[in-house]
Structure formats: structure tokens, C-alpha cells
Design a protein around this ligand. Structure first.
Ligand SMILES: Cc1c2[nH]c(c1CCC(=O)O)Cc1[nH]c(c(CCC(=O)O)c1C)Cc1[nH]c(c(CCC(=O)O)c1C)Cc1[nH]c(c(C)c1CCC(=O)O)C2
Length: 345
């Protein structure tokens, strides 16, 4: 049991409530920039780290203890629930997810199974239960969103332009719909199971949905995202929606029953507010700035804090994940700076 009092700053911000300091956590706060992570990773494959709840919990706790952030994010991958439903995926270091049996047709979609979290990913629920005993900050669960998962399943790996994915969407509407239904249902089950096990907030990563224009987003994606966030609303646990290069979709996102919108580094908080986004905002320091001189990094972080804290309900984060070449010391210093920040007026 942790002796520290529980720090609920992050959860308060998710609920639009004022907080004494600005809560901060970092996407990819567990990863290769940490020597301790690299040492553990040297012993296991990515999914082995996932399968052993004690290892998963240790890697999840590492950045909380090392950086002093206000939330933990479960150590897993957006691909984790796809393996048990029949996607032959591997995580290759420096590449990302690689899929041996990409989906090409409706029958490929129909072959994908239904996720039963208790029997398919019991290790995830076990890791969450262990972490809830150990952590004195909230634990964020997460999942990939249907478009982003579909992009890996259809392309077979990382992609630049998502040609195959979009061609599939345009030319095989019935199969696309079936895939969205299946992945939407999987996401709901997976996140509800994480919440049932103790996750105190959930983030849905739609990293690559910015590849769609706003009309296609409305047609092909908004309905399934609506279904997911409506289903999660019943749990009362705060939800976060994040995407990269998705600034043009923010008006659509503001209509979803989601609590927090995660901004990538391209769209400023001011722009999001000017577009009329009313949700709690999370973000969005360009992660490359972690490599810049400290004075520049501090000035950019301060400018973001000045914008973000204009109203209650703001969470500091990076505008995408920490890169492997970031320094632990820089993230420690940044975290201290965020915590010491107070608005001038
Ligand atoms: C698109 C996406 C993936 N995975 C994820 C996303 C959405 C976020 C984003 O846009 O970055 C989400 C993710 N992946 C991982 C986490 C763990 C929690 C955390 O943020 O600390 C989370 C939340 C661990 C991981 N997932 C991965 C690593 C690196 C694995 C290793 O040690 O080799 C980690 C720590 C692998 C992975 N998995 C994926 C990619 C692009 C990569 C990175 C490729 C690389 O740089 O090696 C798919």
C-alpha cells in the first residue's frame, strides 16, 4: 500500500474542477528513453512485458516514481486486445506493430473473433488491480480507436498515407461497417473491463484519424465514436479522446459525449477554444522541444500553461508521445516547472 495521500488533481481537472496545481502526465511516459525500461525490455518481448502483470505494473509505475507525474497510464499497446481476436501482430522495436495477416475482405473481417476480456486479456485486469494497490495517483486505462486500429489491420503495419485503409473504406462499405462495428464493440468491452478492474479514467487513441477529412469523419467514424463514448458515459469514469493532425476534426469531436479532448502539438489551445471547443483540454507541447535548450522549452511550456489555465479543466501533456532520445532529467525538470506554475492573474 502506498503511504502517500491520493493525488486526485488529474481527475478534478477531467471534471472541469479547479486544482491547486496543473496536473501533468506524458503520453509514452513509459518507454525507451528510460534506462530502467530498456533494461527490462532487454529481457522480454513487448507482449511478454504485457503478459506478466508484475512487470506491466512495474513499468507503469516507473515514470510515476521517476518523474512525479499526476497520473499513471497502463503499460500496454493499442494492439494488445487484437491478438486474442485473431490478428497476428508483433511489436517490432523502432518500427511499431507489424501484422502478418492483414484484413482485405469482408470474410477476413468476419473471421475476427469477439473479445472476452476476462478470458482473453486477464493479465491486463490483474495488472490494473495490482497497480490500484500501489499507486497514489489515478490510473488511466486506454484503447485504440476503430479507425486507428483498422489502419494497422488493413495496411499490415505503420503507414504514411493510409491508402489501403481509405480504399477499403470507399470500395467495401459493407466490410468497413462490419469492421467498425466489431472494433467498436471490442473497444467498449475492453475499456469497460479495465474500468471494472479499477481504471479511473480512459483515453481512446485515434492517432491516425487525421488522415480523414471532416466529411468522411462524419460519415464513416463519428457514429462508432458516439457509440463508444455513450457506452462509457454509463460508467461515470472520465474519457479522453486523442488524435494526431486532427485539428480539422475538433468541431466534430466537441459533439461527442467525451469529457476531455487531447490536442496534438499542431493545434494550439487558443485555436481549439476559438473553434468553440468546450471540453476539458489536454496537451500539447511539441515533444521535440524536449531536445531544445531549457530556456526555450520553459518559455513554450509557460505559454501553453497561460492559455490552458484560462479556465478550469486543463491537463498538461505533450502533443504526442515522448521520443526515445528524450532525457529523463528534462522530463523531471519540466514536471517540476508545471507543478510550480501559478497564473499571474
Ligand atoms: C499508434 C499507437 C501505438 N501504440 C499506442 C499508440 C497511440 C499513441 C500514439 O499515437 O503514439 C499507444 C501506446 N503504446 C504504448 C503505450 C503505453 C503507455 C505509455 O504511454 O506509457 C501506449 C498508450 C507502449 C509502447 N508501444 C510501443 C512501444 C515501444 C516498444 C519497444 O520497447 O520496442 C511502447 C513503449 C510500440 C509501438 N506501438 C505503436 C507504435 C507506433 C509503436 C512505436 C514504435 C517504436 O517507436 O518502436 C502503436
Amino acid at each position: 500500500m502506498s503511504a502517500k495521500p491520493f493525488n486526485d488533481t488529474f481527475l478534478k481537472a477531467c471534471r472541469h474542477e479547479p486544482t491547486e496545481h496543473v496536473p501533468v502526465w506524458y503520453m509514452r511516459q513509459a518507454g525507451r528513453y528510460q534506462p530502467e525500461y530498456r533494461a527490462i525490455r532487454a529481457k522480454y518481448s513487448f507482449f511478454e512485458m504485457n503478459y506478466i502483470p508484475e512487470v506491466c505494473a512495474e513499468v507503469t509505475r516507473l515514470p510515476v516514481e521517476q518523474l512525479g507525474v499526476d497520473a499513471a497510464i497502463l503499460f500496454a499497446d493499442i494492439m494488445t486486445p487484437l491478438k486474442p481476436i485473431g490478428v497476428d501482430v508483433n511489436i517490432e522495436s523502432g518500427v511499431g506493430p507489424v501484422i502478418a495477416n492483414p484484413v482485405k475482405t469482408l470474410s477476413d473481417v468476419q473471421r475476427l473473433g469477439e473479445l472476452d476480456p476476462e478470458s482473453h486479456v486477464p493479465y491486463i485486469m490483474e495488472a490494473i488491480k495490482i497497480l490500484r494497490q500501489q499507486l497514489s495517483v489515478p490510473l488511466i486505462g486506454f484503447a485504440g480507436a476503430p479507425f486507428t486500429l483498422a489502419s494497422y489491420i488493413i495496411e499490415g503495419g505503420p503507414s504514411k498515407h493510409y491508402h489501403k485503409t481509405k480504399a477499403f473504406m470507399y470500395t467495401q462499405p459493407e466490410a468497413w461497417q462490419a469492421l467498425m462495428d466489431k472494433l467498436g464493440e471490442m473497444t467498449i468491452r475492453y475499456l469497460k473491463a479495465q474500468i471494472g478492474a479499477g481504471a479511473q479514467a480512459v483515453q481512446v487513441f485515434d492517432s491516425w484519424v487525421g488522415a480523414l477529412n471532416d466529411e468522411d469523419y462524419r460519415t464513416y467514424i463519428a457514429p462508432v465514436m458516439h457509440r463508444i463514448f455513450s457506452a462509457l458515459k454509463e460508467t461515470g469514469v472520465p474519457t479522453i479522446y486523442f488524435g494526431v493532425g486532427a485539428g480539422h476534426l475538433l468541431k466534430e469531436w466537441d459533439r461527442l459525449p467525451v469529457d476531455v479532448v487531447g490536442l496534438d502539438w499542431r493545434t494550439s489551445i487558443r485555436t481549439a477554444r476559438e473553434l468553440g471547443v468546450t471540453k476539458v483540454l489536454q496537451g500539447n507541447l511539441d515533444p521535440t522541444l524536449l531536445l531544445a535548450p531549457w530556456d526555450m522549452l520553459e518559455a513554450k511550456a509557460k505559454a501553453i500553461l497561460d492559455e490552458g489555465t484560462k479556465q478550469p479543466g486543463y491537463i498538461f501533456n505533450l502533443g504526442h508521445g515522448v521520443f526515445p532520445d528524450a532525457k529523463v532529467e528534462t522530463l523531471q525538470k519540466l514536471t517540476r516547472f508545471i507543478h510550480s506554475y501559478r497564473r499571474d492573474s
